[in-house]
Write a protein that binds this ligand. Structure first.
Ligand SMILES: [Zn+2]
Length: 478
């Protein structure tokens, strides 16, 4: 009889993706579907003022019947262990690759939270003050019960997930396993086709195929991350990376530190270095991948090579491992990571985190920044307030682990492909739709300027009703 929609996260902001669909049928029964269960991060969390949105969902987890996950990024999946600990016990539908990535990412997220909490406790004890924060959102013990609830289905395979509700995933080309979620909902009186884009990838990507067209929908919820800008064209990555490696490691005999996100960016860099190596153009310099999460993620990516774009899949006939080449070493153990500080030869170190805020890369930066022969190559977005942003802004001295570190190393920047479509690519993505047949287009997962910019573009493209939901705002969509 009716379908209701409420955003509980990624409404007017980019993190915390969480949307509830309520289907009320003619026979009096109902089903509550949760789309994504992401963690709020960064500025969205800082501006929450008191009531931590990661501890208060805005709905009762026990009242949700079925959960559908668009992709593995923490801002879409990061609260799964908590929602399960608080009473959710239904299935979690995702693609197989998303499940495999979640298994390592949620474990990593739990460990980081435990570590941070212990660190704060120790510091409070040392200062003789009571600890003024709550415990971790969840611990490693909460991860397996959530993973047990996963049910997987591949792209373009319709699956009935509740009475009268059929789910179909299409490839969103954003990260490995990422999907747009399409629900065909028969409430007993009418059929409503609802689509949720999740995060949308680019039409140019080194490894993944372009976002796939999807059937006509009545209601669409679309992401808006880059709703107010266009990406600059990406230069030939091989050539640019080779130039940096040659200048820093061959001519200056320095070390090149590449801070990179564990999932996506690390594999893209390895793939590019591997291509140079296969072509006999990569100088024989040791390459260290120093991040346990990045190593596990690379294994998951390798296991799902069937999801690569066609040209890349064809390369696998000539080179069965596109992320490994002579000279590359994967480092899991912390003691081996520490040994890297004693390596006096030129080398390349790829390490997390991408914004240089956490992780092993901070140790490498502390050791490498004072030497003018070395260089740091930033390959991703660094938010204001992060160490990466400070270095890119030209700081001559930074603080790492509470110690001042002089910046004499060269700070380089290279644009790799973004994982998100820009505004014109988002419009192109929805061009598979007849805009006159879309009753409502809802824009989420963006800051205000992106949401407003994209709204104008979609109105120009012929969509009649384009709305920007606020967190907790209730819509009757059918
Ligand atoms: Zn994402």
């Amino acid at each position: 009889m009716a379908i209701h929609f409420t955003s509980h996260g990624a409404a007017g902001t980019v993190t915390g993706s969480k949307h509830v669909l309520e289907v009320h049928r003619a026979d009096g029964t109902s089903t509550r579907i949760l789309l994504d269960c992401g963690m709020f991060q960064g500025e969205a969390l800082a501006s929450a003022k008191g009531r931590d949105p990661n501890r208060h969902f805005g709905f009762d987890p026990g009242s949700i019947d079925v959960l559908v996950l668009s992709h593995a990024h923490i801002d879409h999946s990061g609260l799964l262990p908590r929602v399960v600990a608080e009473g959710y016990s239904g299935p979690i539908w995702s693609t197989p690759a998303t499940r495999d990535l979640c298994a390592i990412m949620l474990e990593d997220s739990a460990r980081i939270q435990e570590y941070d909490f212990e660190f704060d406790m120790k510091r409070a004890r040392k200062r003789g003050r009571p600890l003024d924060r709550e415990g971790p959102l969840y611990t490693s013990r909460d991860v397996p019960p959530a993973m047990e609830l996963f049910r997987t289905v591949g792209y373009a395979q319709p699956m009935e997930i509740a009475p009268g509700v059929t789910l179909t995933f299409t490839d969103a080309g954003h990260i490995l396993g990422s999907a747009a979620v399409h629900l065909t909902i028969d409430d007993g009186t009418q059929v409503t086709r609802f689509s949720f884009t999740g995060d949308v990838g680019r039409y140019v990507d080194r490894l993944l195929p372009e976002p796939v067209r999807f059937p006509q929908a009545d209601v669409i919820v679309c992401e808006s991350t880059y709703g107010d800008r266009d990406h600059a064209p990406v230069a030939e990555a091989e050539e640019e990376l080779l130039r940096h490696v040659t200048e820093v490691c061959v001519e200056r005999q320095g070390r090149l530190i590449i801070p990179a996100f564990s999932i996506g960016k690390t594999q893209e860099i390895l793939y590019t270095l591997n291509a140079l190596s296969n072509a006999g153009r990569l100088p024989r310099i040791p390459v260290f991948v120093d991040s346990p999460l990045a190593i596990s993620a690379t294994e998951v990516v390798r296991d799902h090579s069937a999801l690569f774009r066609e040209e890349v899949r064809e390369e696998l006939f000539r080179d069965p491992d596109l992320f490994s080449f002579p000279g590359v070493e994967f480092i899991r153990k912390p003691e081996h990571s520490k040994h890297l500080n004693n390596v006096k030869r030129p080398c390349i170190i790829i390490s997390a985190s991408g914004m240089m805020e956490a992780g092993r890369v901070r140790h490498h930066l502390r050791h490498s920044l004072p030497d003018p022969n070395n260089a740091v190559l930033a390959v991703g977005f660094c938010a204001p307030g992060t160490l990466g942003h400070e270095l890119l802004s030209g700081a001559r001295e930074v603080s790492i682990f509470g110690e001042p570190v002089p910046v004499n190393a060269e700070i380089l920047r290279m644009e790799f492909y973004s994982a998100h479509a820009d505004r014109h690519e988002l419009v192109r993505y929805l061009s598979c739709q007849d805009p006159h047949k879309v009753r409502k287009l809802m824009l989420v997962h963006g800051v205000e300027s992106s949401l407003l910019g994209l709204k104008d573009l979609f109105m120009d493209a012929g969509f009649k009703e384009v709305v920007i939901p606020r967190r907790g705002e209730h819509f009757v969509i059918a």
